[in-house]
Design a protein around this ligand. Structure first.
Ligand code: GDD
Ligand code: MG
Length: 351
């Protein structure tokens, strides 16, 4: 069986970070997000993957190449302009002649794909959608099923008065190959707004596989941070990169830290980090490669990407700092800030 991953979206809710790095390649605890999906796929015995790319496609190709390094065969299918989720899948039809697992490229999950496959076969389903339970279905695709799991209704981004259940489309599908014949060729077409409702009207068998494992869409700033926290808190079962030095500190090569560093939460460090004296780390903090923190810096629940320099006395709370930034001394970066790559913040600034 092959897996197909939809990674052509613009990642608008994560701008400015996604201007240079596509959302599926943003790091979670220093590992490009997509590697977690590939890890999951491999755990369930899949070795061939199709990447449906459009926006910043070369960045994926440069990073993953043929996939050999990951023990996978990766094929790329390009859209000149984004064709929507359905159009992207249709575009890959030439590579699909058996059931295929399809993933949105922005969901962190440890779903049991093998159990999902068994469920799909037992129900002789044409499309099986993995469903997760959430508190707010209005930002997802709401899916209503009967007791046996047969899907009765699909409403993408429902308003609150349309919310009848808490089961939503988790962005993991199993398609029989003939389903691709129902998608128009060369058009922008959505599986969520077009294909699924159309198939339901025509009474085709679509099933919802409800699972209880970890699930998160990383597509907003708040959720992207949450994914980092959850990985560091071990709420989701994936290995953290680097050597575990304490139960709250993981570091890759050449970490140097000064006297009286206070680690009150958890810290993940990439290669070549230098952390000054009297630095305080609170909550879950992640530092990329070559990050330098000056004396007396305070950081809580934040992500600092590669090659960024943070000078003495800076305070950063619940924020994301892009690559190659310079945060000059004594600045304060308050909760919810997102700084794009190469941002310079001058001394004593307050954001
Ligand atoms: N190749 C390609 N082309 N990929 C696309 C395109 C496109 O035109 N448009 C979106 N994608 C990819 C995105 O890169 C992302 O990985 C995935 O499809 C889903 O797009 P999002 O923009 O993240 O959608 P969403 O989060 O608002 O909603 C979707 O995901 C929810 C679960 O996280 C829907 O599928 C909802 O029904 C679902 O509940
Ligand atoms: Mg999404």
């Amino acid at each position: 069986m092959k897996a197909l991953i939809l990674i052509g979206g613009l990642g608008t809710r994560l701008r400015p970070l996604t201007r240079t790095t596509p959302k599926p390649l943003l790091p979670i605890a220093n590992r490009p997000f997509l590697e977690y999906q590939l890890n999951l796929i491999k755990r369930h015995g899949i070795k061939e993957v199709i990447f449906c790319v459009s926006y910043l496609s070369h960045v994926f190709e440069d990073y993953f190449g043929s996939g050999k390094k990951w023990g996978l065969k990766i094929e790329y299918v390009h859209e000149k302009k984004p064709l929507g989720t359905g159009g992207a899948i249709k575009n890959a039809q030439g590579l699909i002649n058996e059931p295929v697992l399809i993933f949105n490229g922005d969901i962190l999950t440890d779903i049991n794909l093998t159990a999902m496959k068994t469920f799909h076969k037992q129900n002789k389903s044409l499309v099986t959608i993995a469903l997760s339970r959430v508190k707010d279905p209005t930002i997802y695709g709401l899916v209503e099923t009967d007791k046996k799991g047969k899907i009765e209704k699909f409403v993408e981004k429902p308003s609150w008065d349309e919310v009848t259940v808490n089961t939503i489309n988790s962005g993991v599908y199993l398609f029989e190959p003939e389903v691709l014949d129902f998608i128009p060729k060369g058009l922008n077409f959505s599986v969520e707004r077009g294909l699924f409702p159309d198939m339901l009207t025509k009474k085709y068998p679509l099933f919802g596989y409800i699972f209880k494992g970890y699930w998160l869409d990383i597509g907003s700033v708040e959720k992207y941070l949450q994914a980092n926290y959850d990985l560091m808190l071990r709420n989701v079962d994936f290995p953290i990169k680097g050597k575990m030095i304490n139960d709250n500190l993981w570091a890759e090569k050449h970490l140097k830290y000064g006297k009286y560093m206070e680690l009150k939460g958890r810290l993940v460090c990439g290669n070549n980090n230098r952390i000054g004296e009297y630095t305080q780390i609170q909550g879950n903090v992640c530092l990329g490669n070559n990050v330098v923190l000056g004396k007396g810096v305070y950081i809580s629940d934040s992500i600092i990407l590669d090659d960024t320099i943070v000078k003495e006395g800076v305070r950063i709370e619940k924020s994301i700092i892009g690559k190659n930034c310079l945060i000059e001394a004594n600045s304060v970066i308050n909760e919810g800030s997102v700084l794009g790559d190469k941002t310079v913040i001058t001394k004593y600034s307050k954001l």
